[in-house]
Design a protein around this ligand. Sequence first.
Ligand code: NAD
Ligand code: DAU
Length: 354
Amino acid sequence: MILVTGGAGFIGANFVLDWIDTNNEGVINLDKLTYAGNLENLASLKDNKLHHFVQGDIGDSALVERLLSEHQPRAIVNFAAESHVDRSIHSPEDFIQTNIVGTFRLLEAARTYWSGLTGTKKTEFRFLHVSTDEVYGSLTKNEPAFTELHRYEPNSPYSASKAASDHLVRSYHHTYGLPVLTTNCSNNYGPYHFPEKLIPLMIVNALAGKLLPVYGDGQQIRDWLYVKDHCSAIRRVLEAGRLGEVYNIGGWNEKANLDIVNTVCALLDELRPRPDKKHYKEQITYVADRPGHDRRYAIDARKLERELGWKPAETFDTGIRKTVQWYLDNQGWLNNVLSGSYKQWVEKNYAERN
Ligand code: NAD
Ligand code: DAU
C-alpha cells in the first residue's frame, strides 16, 4: 500500500479516489482535517477495505513513524499543505508549520523508515512531494513558460513555504539518498474544489445571486489543469520518474482570470439560467487586488511528456463544463461546506476589498 497525506483535501481526495479505482492498491490516508479537509469527499469509499483513513498531522513524528512501521507502505505521496494564497497573506504561521516544519518531520520519519528497509523494498520505495508552479514566481507576458530549471522566486508566504519544502525534499535526496520525486503543477480545477478558490467561488456566488469579485484588473494569467489529469501525472511520475528529479505538470491552458469568470458565467447561463433571464456576468465586480499578486504563471510540461509519455485527457473546454456540471449536481456537498467556518473567511477576505 501507499501512504497519502492530505488525502481529504481537493487534489488529495481526487487522487485517492482515482488510485483505488485504477490501481486496486490500499491507501493509508493521513489528514489533519483542517477547514480544507472534508471526509465527504471520500464518502464513496466508506466501506472500501482499500481505504484506511487516519486523522492526524504530518508534523506528528510519533504518529507518522507508527503508521510507517505498521503498514510498511511502498511510497509516500505528500499532498498535505496549507494551500490558499490569500489565507497565507492573512495568517502565514500555519503555512510555516505545515508546509515547512510538517514536511521536514515527514521527511525525517520517511528517512528513518527507509533506512531500515532492505532489498527491493528499499530500492523501490518512493517519497513523492506534490508542489506548485508558484515557487517559480511571476512571468511577464512574453517570457517562456516555467521549465524545471527556472529559478525559484516565490512571492507569497504560501509559495515561499512551498519553495522551502521543495528545497528540503531535494536536500534529503542529495544528502541522505532518500528516493524522492517532486512535481510542480499549475492551477487545478474540478470536483471537490474548496470554494475559497477562484472557479468554485465564482460558481457558488453566481448561483447565490452574489457579486463575483475579480481582483485588480482581472488580467492575471493562470495555467489551468483538470484535477484528474494532475492525478494521472502523479501516478505516472510515481511509477517511472527518475529519482531526485523534478517534473513540471501542466496542460498548456493559460487564461486570464476575467476570461475564466466569463466562461463560468456563460456555462451557467446555459446549464442553469438565472430566473430573471439576465446574464450571470452582470454580477461581476472589480475589487481591491491581492497584495503581491503574481501576474502570470505558465508551465512547460515537455519533460514529463517526453520522458514519461504523459498527456492530459481533458481540454479546458471539456474540463470546465464537467466542473460546472459537478457543482450543479452536488448541492448537498456544497451546502455542507458553505455552512461551516467558510462564512467567516469570506467576510474577512472580501469585506476589506470592497
Ligand atoms: P487543500 O487545501 O484542498 O487540501 C489540503 C489538505 O491537507 C486538507 O485535507 C487538509 O486537511 C490537509 N492538511 C493540512 N495541514 C495538514 C497537516 N499538518 N497534516 C495533515 N494534513 C494536513 O489543497 P489542494 O488544493 O488539494 O492542494 C494539495 C497539494 O497540492 C498542496 O501541497 C498544494 O500546495 C499542491 N498544489 C495545489 C494546486 C492547486 O491548484 N490547488 C496546484 C499545484 C499544487
Ligand atoms: O498555481 C498553483 C496554485 O494555484 C496552487 O499552488 C495553490 O494552492 C492554488 O490555490 C492556486 O493558487 P492561486 O492563487 O492561483 O488560486 P486562486 O484560486 O486563489 O486564484 C486564482 C486567480 O484568481 C488569482 O490570480 C487570484 C484571482 N482571484 C481569486 C479569488 C479567490 C480573484 O480574482 N478573485 C477571487 O475571489
